[in-house]
Design a protein. Structure first.
Lengths: 288, 288
DNA sequence: CATACTCTGAAATAATATTACATAAATTTA
DNA sequence: TAAATTTATGTAATATTATTTCAGAGTATG
């Protein structure tokens, strides 16, 4: 990887640079696709600094020199290319549509990774690992996520449930053993039922986790741990929570693997057992 | 794009180059990631040619000079980078894990796009558009996909169902109006119940669609239309059908948009109606 | 207010890329 | 087949580009 991510790295260290290096940095960020074809002198002129400052800037970025900067920027630009959110137009041909949907999905995943709080992930994974029972709850598209959580942690031998009947869910949580976890899922963070269940779970003494689109909300504030997915710019047809779904499942994947690797041997053993059980139902393979 | 695809371009024109330029070309192809940090002289030595030939080679490739070659190669390499399937190891740190899961998800999506049959997509979208009722069925992880289908087409005003009880499903299909659609979902293409329902649907005269991992199978052969997702190389922990899920939801997204755009005005109208209905349940926002 | 430190750009130098040219090889033409 | 012509190639000269040096300006510190 090494060179990668130079542009965001520049953005990050920018305030720590000297004035003239900042001039260079800002210029690079403003027109990276031009920089790639420039000479040091040209850069110096355009950024109103000196060639020495340009080279010094490169060094500050951990590079050997100016040519390496060009190479790094070029790589960075190429990476970003295929991503970005696109709006879907009216008379789009199918091929373009596919490209755009792909692009949106990928961008959504990348953005989500960008705002992932790794420490939080680890904490949550450990919390789930130690939980005697897990209750995941969401409605609409978020119900799918809840169901995914339940299925995954069942494979790890957890008592994991995605109960959709609020009465059943309430009763289950009321008597859940200490350390049990409630996961409230709502992309909008404003679903009445999820909020209601979150409050109940908290009152009942469960460990609470919220799983929402990025940003503060009553739901996330209430919960002991909060996980966020990127917020895709909403478009009309996109109302089916499309972009966000990929991100949500992605975070569940991450949590699942982190949780499984806490004791990988035991996890693999349990996964095998669930697989055998499924196979005993006479399907040729375990996964569907 | 311009610069892009330099490596494959080199490959293509290679036979048309002069001998010494070919030496250079072959060297570039053999170690592009090194070239990016080399000087002309170094290139000349390593490729057993001369600096003049290196520059001439660059010109032959339609570039202004050697530095441009480096930039172009760097961009090309970066594009390939982020893809590929990675296995998850035992004592992986969380950051690496996230990178790999992202990479796998993205690769899975790209592969799926690669083997997408656009004509088939359009046919299926039209079939769904005209269907008086849609029945999606899958078990385990595929049940989530079925549920996603149901939710999406409900928004489009379809009678779409993801019934999990086989008796209820059978009864529903038995009396379904002509032109109704059954979608059988199984990543492994070998799930007993799905196959059973597919046979029943066919016998009953429904239009049948299969949705499986790539490759021929009894399920896909039986169905009138078949859609495929990429097959990720299976790994132990991955048994939770992780890689494939993203691809499956992706195809559903594509189908949904293509179907919606057949009559976009009517679709938007119906989507709005479902949204209003949800809002009337007093949630702040429609999407969860 | 002196001292040390940092920052900066002009100029010198080093490195690198490009061009010019001489020669060798291949191809054409007589 | 031999001379003429074109093409290909590497060396060396040149031009360009990158880097370093250094002196002076600006700041902070005691």
């Amino acid at each position: 990887m090494g060179v990668g991510q130079i542009l965001s790295r520049i953005e990050n260290v920018l305030p720590k640079l000297t004035q003239s290096e900042q001039k260079v940095a800002r210029f690079v960020l403003s027109a990276p696709e031009e920089v790639v074809f420039m000479s040091v002198q040209e850069m110096a002129n355009r950024s109103l600094s000196s060639s020495a400052s340009v080279v010094r800037f490169c060094r500050s970025m951990g590079l050997k020199g100016f040519p390496e900067l060009k190479v790094a920027i070029s790589a960075d630009l190429a990476k970003d290319q295929k991503s970005g959110y696109y709006d879907l137009n009216k008379n789009e041909n199918t091929a373009d549509l596919v490209d755009k949907i792909l692009s949106n999905a990928v961008q959504s995943l990348r953005d989500t990774v960008g705002l992932l709080d790794l420490e939080m992930i680890e904490k949550v994974a450990h919390t789930l690992y130690n939980a005697p029972a897990v209750f995941a709850y969401g409605v609409g598209a978020s119900a799918l996520v809840a169901e995914d959580i339940a299925q995954k942690w069942l494979r790890l031998g957890k008592n994991a449930y995605a109960l959709s009947d609020l009465h059943v869910l309430t009763m289950s949580m009321a008597n859940a053993p200490k350390g049990s976890v409630f996961i409230g899922i709502s992309y909008s963070a404003a679903t009445k039922e999820v909020l209601q269940m979150m409050k109940f779970a908290k009152k009942t003494g469960l460990v609470t986790i919220s799983f929402t689109g990025f940003g503060k909300s009553e739901l996330s504030e209430l919960s002991d741990f909060s996980l966020f997915t990127s917020l895709a710019p909403e478009a009309k047809v996109r109302s089916a929570a499309t972009g966000s779904k990929h991100s949500q499942f992605f975070i569940i994947d991450v949590l699942y693997y982190v949780c499984a690797s806490i004791d990988i041997e035991a996890s693999l053993d349990k996964i095998q057992k669930t697989r055998d059980a499924i196979n005993s139902l006479k399907r040729t393979e375990a996964a569907d």
